[in-house]
Design a protein around this ligand. Sequence first.
Ligand code: SF4
Length: 350
Amino acid sequence: MSPLKTVSALADAGLIPAERAGALEPVAARYAVALTDTVARLIDRGDPNDPIARQYIPSEAELRATPEERSDPIGDAAHSPVPGIVHRHADRVLFKLVHNCPVYCRFCFRREMVGPDSESALLPDVFANAVAYIEGHPEIWEVIVTGGDPFSLSARRIGEVAAHLAAIPHVKIVRWHTRLPVVDPARINDEFVASLLTPGVTTIVALHANHPRELTAAARAACARLIDAGIPMLSQSVLLKGVNDDVKTLEALMRTFVEARVKPYYLHHADLAPGTSHFRVSIEEGLTLMGALRARLSGLCVPQYVLDIPGGVAKVRLTSTDVEKTATGWRIRDPDGNWHAYPAGLRPLS
Ligand code: SF4
């Protein structure tokens, strides 16, 4: 099958009706499109509301921007001391190694920064500068390698990056965030797994999946190859309208993660990324769903429900004691005890 990176390729593959192609061209011109063959095979072409299609097939709704949306919804830029690094918390950094992905999720919070038109990986001098920043900050204990999807790199390059990080004495944890075991599980072969394992650091993989159907037998086998090699795995999911915003689906997703030996870690409240309002669930609904999950599931299966306060303020674990309804929306308490309006207006309220 030809790469599924254009509207016409999606139409040729029967993933969108040909008559919708014209309306979707402006969407694809604005936000990158890509599906792997694995994802295309998972899509139920007979279901107009298929939760897999909804995550990856462009929609006209993406051209609707709302006033609270922003191109950098979690405020990476405000905490980026050098290109490629986001240093928001003292003991850890994000290392944004690549700008592209094997798939482009329609709700992506970095959708303005990722895509095939971006430089695929950091240029050598930018990479060296980012590594030098980590070396120069002994308080950095954990490096979270992200992007884009860093697993889109070759095994050889992954091994080089892992070796650079392992050579920094104060870096003890390297956590890779990826969708690859779900969207292209065959890439997680023995050579790839071996490239991640570098003496001197603990390697962790955080898997992004949002619906239990994404955790196919092949995806679970890819996770098993990582875990059997000694790599602990965590999950991260986004709470998405029409994908997983019901307790039955979330319950199945979390149970499937645990059965695959992937510890449920984060359930993200969807960020205020441009053109994604059709995916957003209210905080009230999110809290209700989390209460239902807690009532039905062993603690082993319950993720933390988290929200990034816009502007790079903080990631907050959403519980009923840290959010309050206001006349115009919500206010949310950050870990320092300051309240912030959400989503309208971003000034601390007290
Ligand atoms: S794989 Fe991650 S970075 Fe890439 S488009 Fe999806 S959510 Fe965004």
